[in-house]
Write a protein that binds this ligand. Structure first.
Ligand SMILES: NC(=O)c1ccc[n+]([C@@H]2O[C@H](COP(=O)([O-])OP(=O)(O)OC[C@H]3O[C@@H](n4cnc5c(N)ncnc54)[C@H](O)[C@@H]3O)[C@@H](O)[C@H]2O)c1
Length: 275
């Protein structure tokens, strides 16, 4: 399990590759000398993005919420390159609103992409990675919000808490098997991306408080967010050590997490974040 991962000449599969964090991971993987299988549900955007890159990139339009699409992605990766060294389960969507107003369809879609999408990838990739019998790493993207829930983001927070649970369970299972396949729980803080471009789905009306919250989050990401490239460099630094808790922005996590743990242990009510 502690054997080094192979970056130079290795193969990285990245979902949600056409935008934001995924695009940074693609660029960094190429900079590390990896071959990249870039997957995204936005086929045209994926094609345009990969056309700008130099290096070996295979663009595979994929909807992670569809198990057959994810199985086809795994098949394609093995056909093209005969193996995979890094799997980034990065695709994810935002959903906001007062909990009692979130449309069931939006709530379901959040789970289909953010949680089921990862489960589909585990079903398609883990058996193949185990069969390879060599070091490989699965990186599941949760969020700082997977440890610290926020008002007006309950669908998103719930999915990200689920990703943390799923990933902790997976780590134990791979260890039980003595497998060389490892797993990391990636919890980004703010990173400049399109995550808040479409946080409502088809819902038409939003309360002014929700609209204001979204505007605030958009400007917070622009002002305080890392660029996807800077973030991806930190991710690869953590992966060199095969960190399980891959938390590249301790400045956005440690103090809040300490505070939450202290509050729970003292049975103190959570403090409402200031928006
Ligand atoms: N940006 C941040 O500040 C931040 C913070 C914490 C966690 N995250 C997480 O990072 C990941 C990447 O988000 P981002 O911020 O780069 O957002 P983004 O919206 O810029 O990129 C997400 C990409 O995922 C793709 N995608 C959406 N649904 C998909 C599906 N069903 N199948 C395949 N691809 C799909 C989108 O087309 C898009 O290209 C997400 O899991 C997100 O929750 C982001």
């Amino acid at each position: 399990m502690n054997e080094m991962l192979k970056f130079q000449g290795g193969v990285a599969v990245i979902t949600g590759a056409a935008s934001g964090i995924g695009s940074g991971l693609v660029r960094q993987a190429l900079a590390e000398g990896m071959r990249v299988v870039a997957a995204d549900v936005q086929a045209e955007r994926l094609r345009e993005f990969t056309a700008t890159l130099s290096g070996e990139v295979l663009a595979v339009p994929t909807d992670v919420s569809d198990p057959e699409s994810v199985e086809a992605l795994a098949r394609r990766a093995w056909q093209a390159y005969g193996g995979v060294d890094l799997l980034f389960n990065n695709a994810g969507i935002m959903a906001t609103g007062f909990s009692w107003q979130v449309e069931p369809a939006r709530w379901r879609r959040s789970f289909e992409v953010n949680v089921h999408g990862i489960h589909h990838a585990l079903r398609a990739f883990v058996p193949r990675l185990l069969e390879q019998g060599r070091p490989a790493q699965i990186v599941n993207t949760a969020s700082v919000g997977g440890f610290l829930a926020s008002p007006l983001m309950s669908p998103y927070s719930a999915t990200k808490f689920a990703v943390v649970a799923l990933t902790e369970a997976l780590r134990g299972e791979l260890e039980m098997l003595g497998s060389p396949v490892g797993v990391s729980l990636l919890a980004p803080g703010p990173v400049i991306s399109g995550i808040f471009d479409d946080p409502f789905g088809p819902q038409a009306q939003q309360e002014p408080a929700v609209q204001q919250f979204v505007e605030l989050m958009r400007s917070m990401l622009q002002q305080n967010g890392l660029t996807p490239e800077a973030f991806a460099r930190r991710v690869f630094d953590g992966l060199r050590q095969r960190q399980f808790w891959l938390i590249p922005q301790p400045e956005a996590f440690d103090e809040l997490f300490r505070q939450k743990a202290a509050d729970v242990l003292a049975r103190r009510n959570p403090v409402l974040p200031r928006f």
